[in-house]
Design a protein around this ligand. Structure first.
Ligand code: NDP
Length: 331
């Protein structure tokens, strides 16, 4: 069992998740990458402890995080039971179902069959009696939304989750999900979309939809999987996500044009004494609608670097304009 610092809550900011009672740290840690079988798991264990010691009370998972699928939950479950069992009530653990996890017709998407069984499997891997948030990982165009949302409602009523969320839903499906959940009596507490300087889709309606309906938002890939850092400006470093054989970031995403834009953004970051990573995080966190910024990390030192945004100056109007000009002129 680890001993954690008594001062762990002193520097973190906690934001209310929409209109719910749930408070989330301004920065949360996701376990999509770097918690798989090929990864450096001793560093992964250190990252969880370091995060918690610095007020990051929320760890985000999904059934399929690995590789292989399920590995991240199994590994985090082991660490939670060995190191964090005295602190379960201080932690927000989430999981999701919707992407391909198992073989056959019930191994993915949003049927009640998949969601209920997947939640049970996640709880076993995580060695937990309940998760704090359970998500529908993606909208399923072939399953009635009523079925998907009532499965989430049932999971809460069975005591297997405390709050429900949706991820990767567009504004229209989000509004429908909010309405259905309201009628069932288990509100949608949180939405988890992709948001960063290279993917601004949420600005076209989703930020407002969530804010106007009291739904919190935790944004994933705030660094575009590491592109929005200074690591790829000159070359592809060994052991970086692009360099790894597994994962979802390929060399093709690092075009000459993108490198040029990253270099320009890096200069703006330098002028305000931030790393590019820090500026990219401050940029997504600036919206009131964004409850938490869901980072990934491969090393403790990256979490330390990213936590510095907590004491950084807000982006000024001029800085926001400079960033906007850079993004628009490089579109
Ligand atoms: P990020 O965009 O934050 O990318 C994380 C990567 O950026 C790290 O692995 C590291 O790359 C690099 N990095 C982080 N901090 C620094 C730093 N200070 N300096 C240099 N490099 C840095 O997020 P992820 O793509 O990891 O996604 C975060 C979480 O979002 C996931 O773990 C998951 O929980 C969630 N998610 C949800 C999805 C959904 O559909 N709901 C989909 C995808 C993610 P490197 O490994 O190269 O060192």
């Amino acid at each position: 069992m680890s001993e954690f610092k008594e001062s762990r809550y002193e520097s973190m900011q906690y934001n209310r998740c929409g209109k719910s009672g749930l408070m989330l740290p301004k920065i949360s840690l996701g376990c999509w990458h770097n918690f798989g079988a090929p990864d450096n798991l001793s560093e992964a264990k250190k990252m969880l402890s370091y995060a918690f010691n610095n007020g990051i009370t929320h760890f985000d998972l999904a059934n399929n995080y690995g590789p292989p699928p399920g590995h991240a939950e199994t590994y985090v479950g082991k660490i939670l039971s060995e190191e964090f069992s005295a602190h379960r009530d201080e932690l927000i653990i989430s999981s999701k179902a919707g992407y391909r996890m198992g073989p056959g017709p019930y191994g993915e998407w949003g049927s009640k069959k998949n969601l209920i069984s997947s939640c049970d499997q996640s709880l076993k891997r995580l060695k937990l009696e309940y998760v704090d948030i359970f998500y529908s990982h993606r909208f399923d165009p072939n399953t009635p939304l009523e079925e998907t949302i009532s499965a989430l409602d049932q999971i809460v009523r069975q005591g297997k989750a405390l709050y429900i969320g949706i991820s990767n839903y567009d504004p229209e499906s989000t509004l429908k999900a909010i309405q259905i959940a309201k009628e069932l009596g288990t509100p949608i507490t949180i939405h988890q979309p992709n948001y960063n300087m290279l993917n601004r889709t949420v600005e076209k309606g989703l930020l407002d939809t969530c804010a106007n309906n009291g739904v919190g938002m935790i944004v994933f890939c705030p660094l575009a999987q590491g592109l929005l850092t200074d690591k790829y400006l000159e070359s592809i470093p060994a052991e970086s996500r692009i360099d790894k054989a597994h994962g979802f970031l390929g060399k093709s995403q690092l075009t000459e044009g993108k490198i040029q834009m990253l270099k320009e953004l890096n200069e703006i970051a330098k002028s305000r004494n931030q790393s590019l990573a820090q500026m990219a995080l401050s940029w997504v966190a600036r919206h009131d609608a964004v409850t938490s910024v869901l980072i990934g990390a491969s090393k403790v030192s990256q979490i330390a670097d990213n936590l510095k945004i907590l004491s950084a100056n807000q982006l000024s109007t001029d800085e926001l304009m400079a960033i906007e000009n850079c993004l628009v002129s490089n579109e």
